[in-house]
Design a protein around this ligand. Structure first.
Ligand SMILES: [Zn+2]
Ligand SMILES: [Zn+2]
Length: 291
């Protein structure tokens, strides 16, 4: 699959045109990273997420549960045969709330050698977007899983961070996804190499800019040990310098997390210089002015 590249419609020239009709007219907030109980570690019915989003005055939302794998693989995703059920759950809330835009997405784990499977998943529904995530630094270590915490003591933090960002860069270069989740998830439990961390960020950021990809700013990190938005401010400053577009999400695993801490995330984005975020429909990114 070809990367969108810098000539993609999210590029600035065409953005200016769309502003007049979409962005400035709406100025709404969105949340495209929300889970369902199908993954086994989220709670609340989809309709409760919708009601929460309406209460938070979001203008548009999307579900994006963890993708199935060809085998069960781990215990935090839907079973291999549950994808139609997931799609049906989202279609049902779309029917229940016909005047409220609810998009259909999927959060896909990037693992080397599974690219073909992601391409297969891409054909299995009329997705509005696919999210790319790196949770696995090796096929048996999902880095955000507390059950593997002791592995952090078994090798240098530097090496783990490097493995994470190397995997993230490979994910970017696969060009399989519409936006890229929680960019520095590797900091979740607070493990961090010494000194300036831009040495880990640079290669990944260059690849994102080159691919014309969209980056997620996630408030989920504020709810984890690290108590920080993903990505760090330094990472986001460097992303803005490269004109990398963003989308702001909560990664809600319960209705009460929908749009959680969005004021903090929007303030950070604005401080760093962002004036727009991306909306998603039919696997196209559409800019909207930050509100
Ligand atoms: Zn999850
Ligand atoms: Zn998620």
């Amino acid at each position: 699959m070809e990367c969108a590249g810098p000539d993609h419609p999210i590029n600035r020239n065409q953005r200016a045109w769309k502003y007049a009709f979409v962005g400035y007219a709406l100025g709404m907030r969105t949340d495209y990273h929300m889970h369902t109980p199908l993954c086994g570690h989220a709670i609340g019915a989809p309709r409760d997420y919708v009601l929460a989003a309406k209460r938070m005055e979001l203008g548009e939302i999307g579900f994006s549960d963890h993708n199935p794998m060809p085998t069960q693989f781990d215990n935090w995703r839907m079973a291999p045969d549950q994808l139609p059920h997931y799609v049906q759950m989202v279609r049902e809330v779309q029917e229940e709330f016909p005047d409220y835009p609810i998009r259909l997405g999927l959060e896909c784990d990037y693992l080397p050698n599974y690219e073909g499977y992601i391409e297969y998943l891409a054909t299995q529904a009329e997705w509005d977007y696919l999210i790319g995530s790196v949770h696995y630094v090796t096929p048996d270590w999902d880095i955000d899983n507390p059950k593997h915490l002791k592995r952090w003591d078994e090798q240098p933090v530097e090496e783990i961070w490097q493995a994470y960002f190397d995997a993230y860069t490979k994910m970017v270069e696969s060009c399989l996804f519409d936006f890229l989740a929680h960019p520095d998830l590797v900091k979740k439990f607070g493990h961090r190499p010494e000194g300036d961390l831009s040495r880990f960020y640079k290669g990944t950021l260059d690849a994102i800019a080159e691919a014309g990809a969209v980056l997620e700013v996630s408030t989920a990190g504020l709810r984890k040990d690290v108590r920080e938005i993903y990505p760090s401010r330094d990472f986001l400053v460097a992303a803005h310098l490269r004109n990398i577009p963003i989308v702001i999400n909560s990664d809600a695993h319960s209705p009460k997390e929908v749009a959680a801490d969005f004021d903090l995330a929007y303030t950070l984005a604005r401080d760093v210089g962002y004036r727009e975020v991306m909306m998603f429909k039919g696997r196209k990114a559409i800019p909207v002015a930050i509100s």
